[in-house]
Design a protein around this ligand. Structure first.
Ligand SMILES: NC(=O)C1=CN([C@@H]2O[C@H](COP(=O)(O)OP(=O)(O)OC[C@H]3O[C@@H](n4cnc5c(N)ncnc54)[C@H](O)[C@@H]3O)[C@@H](O)[C@H]2O)C=CC1
Ligand SMILES: O=C(O)CCC(=O)C(=O)O
Length: 522
């Protein structure tokens, strides 16, 4: 019996390893390149053109406040506490000089917002975008606080960035900007493994995060053995962790998969069980959008529409995600992709309105708004991006019976694996390393006690040992995402709340309890 279970386990492990190899190949393919930064930043530039109407909607920070207020009124938490919870604790805005490659000097504006200090460090992404400003940093920092509470991670929320379009800067210029940004944050007490741990976001990647780490460690490493934990999302060789690159998309997949096996959710969304055969529209084919699409496709989902800032494609039979990614990487556009049955360069946003089961906005804020919400033909919106649906847009979706799975719940996979990376940095050892061989010896011992001698030459020998880093990261992420989704969907159903309100209400109450216990007025 035990032997059979072990054999089944070995089979499962082999499958996982095969998938890992595929992922490693994909990860290699998606590795850092200047071009990927350039594409995403060109997108930031033209998104302003695409979404003119949206400017008539409240700004992002006001959107977050509208959502917060709607939910806060259902929490039973006293008003003075609600004001305290809503407010952003600390912000910093500063300019840094950049000597450009041609010798001219430019002033660059930088931000960091720390929303709540109830746990330290605070944590959140670093965005390089020419639309970055203080209200955007504050809005994103606030979402981080609730995201972290939902995932059960003991950090406060933060977010920051640099107001640049990275495509307009050379690699040496980007390095100088990043190092100076880090130095200024450090001087102002806005970075450090126990203070504020920066992560990646739009327009940043492993290279940027590694420069941040390197700058911080060179300044403080001598006196702080944990200095590497000042940021996450670094190259694996530079104190990063395996699985961070795909983690947000993988978390979106785990969470959606859980919902598509939950009877009450399927009933509400009018969907059948499982990802297999479901159709997806994906907006934003960067880190989050690409990886989520890849996992959905691996599980039998069909990616029927892909929407980028400069182009969009549609095929009711579904696309091969890696093939499209390679095309986009080479051409900087989806236009003329040979397997598309419909395409546009003129109005990519209109492809969000293509029929599908699940719409995954994984690009910018306010993509779904009061101007297009009524035209959507999906059954569920899964918010891979932060703030992709506006308050008034969501009101329309809810009236249409479209279920919105909120950002703060479903895109928490990235920060979850960032948390694992931070723990690895503090422990100074990779997850699973100390127990790997112990597990192997124990397994062989148990088998031999049962009279079975495991041959040393067995091809399964190296599958008998303990879990390695990537296995631990994946299983930890799956556990946190599925548990959070289960808990918050159940709460929504039991309290007759929409999904976003449920997430806000539960996390506001938790934060209120925490503040009450620690003593707000001291
Ligand atoms: N990277 C992470 O770990 C996490 C990211 N997020 C959020 O996910 C969203 C996307 O982030 P990443 O994938 O990391 O960024 P990214 O920079 O890797 O990719 C963004 C993609 O969106 C495209 N894009 C930009 N503007 C667009 C528009 N108007 N229409 C269509 N496509 C457009 C870009 O060309 C690019 O392909 C952001 O809202 C970010 O805050 C949320 C949680 C974690
Ligand atoms: O990993 C991190 O710290 C960044 C995550 C993030 O910015 C987000 O979840 O929006």
């Amino acid at each position: 019996m035990l032997l059979r279970r072990l054999q089944t386990q070995l089979c499962k492990t082999q499958n996982l390893l095969n998938k890992q190899q595929q992922l490693a190949n994909a990860s290699n393919f998606y590795r850092f390149s200047l071009r990927s930064i350039i594409q995403s930043s060109q997108a930031n530039f033209s998104s302003a053109v695409v979404a003119q109407d949206v400017k008539q909607e409240p700004r992002f920070l006001e959107q977050v406040e509208l959502f917060f207020n709607r939910a806060a009124s259902k929490t039973g938490v006293p008003e003075d506490y609600l004001e305290q919870i809503k407010a952003c604790d600390t912000v910093v805005r500063f300019t840094i000089p950049l000597v450009r490659d041609n010798g001219t000097v430019e002033n660059i504006t930088c931000y960091r917002a720390q929303h709540k200090h109830h746990h330290l460090p605070v944590k959140g992404g670093t965005r390089y975008s020419e639309h970055m400003d203080l209200q955007e940093s504050m809005a994103l920092a606030s979402l981080m606080t609730f995201k972290l509470i939902i995932a059960g991670i003991p950090f406060g929320g933060a977010k920051g960035g640099v107001k640049i379009n990275p495509s307009k800067y050379s690699m040496p210029e980007l390095e100088r900007i990043t190092r100076r940004y880090t130095m200024e944050l450090a001087k102002k007490g806005f970075i450090g493994p126990a203070i504020d741990c920066l992560g990646p976001d739009m327009g940043t990647n492993e290279q940027i995060m590694t420069w941040i780490k390197d700058q911080y460690v060179s300044m403080y490493g001598e006196n702080n053995i944990n200095a590497e934990g000042c940021c996450t999302g670094k190259f694996v060789n530079q104190g990063g962790i395996q699985g961070r690159a795909e983690s947000t998309g993988l978390g979106v997949y785990y969470g959606t998969q859980e919902l598509l096996h939950t009877e009450s959710f399927l009933e509400k969304a009018n969907l059948t069980e499982g990802i297999k055969g479901k159709t997806f529209t994906v907006q934003g084919f960067g880190s989050v959008g690409y990886w989520a699409s890849k996992f959905f496709q691996q599980d039998g989902g069909k990616i029927t529409s892909i929407v980028e800032y400069n182009s969009a494609i549609y095929n009711p039979k579904g696309f091969d995600v890696d093939d499209v990614k390679e095309y986009f990487r080479r051409n900087g556009s989806l236009y003329n992709y040979p397997k598309a049955t419909e395409q546009t360069m003129v109005d990519p946003l209109s492809f969000l309105e293509k029929p599908c089961d699940i719409l995954l906005p994984a690009a910018i804020e306010k993509s779904i708004n009061m101007f297009n919400a009524d035209n959507l033909k999906c059954k569920v919106v899964v918010e891979g991006a932060n703030g992709p649906t506006t308050f008034y847009g969501e009101e329309i979706l809810l009236k249409k019976g479209i279920v919105v799975v909120p950002d703060m719940l479903i895109n928490g996979g990235g920060v979850t694996v960032s948390y694992f990376e931070w723990l690895k940095n503090l422990e100074h050892v990779a997850p699973g390393r100390l127990t790997k061989k112990y597990k192997l010896k124990k397994n062989i011992e148990i088998l031999s006690q049962m009279g079975y001698v495991f041959p040393e030459t067995s091809p399964h020998m190296n599958e008998m040992d303990g879990a390695n880093e990537i296995e631990i990261v994946y299983s930890g992420l799956e556990e946190i995402m599925t548990e959070a989704v289960r808990e918050h969907w159940k709460f929504a159903v039991e309290n007759n709340l929409n999904f976003r309100d449920a997430c806000f209400v539960k996390s506001i109450r938790k934060l209120h309890k925490h503040l009450e216990e620690t003593g707000l007025l001291i």
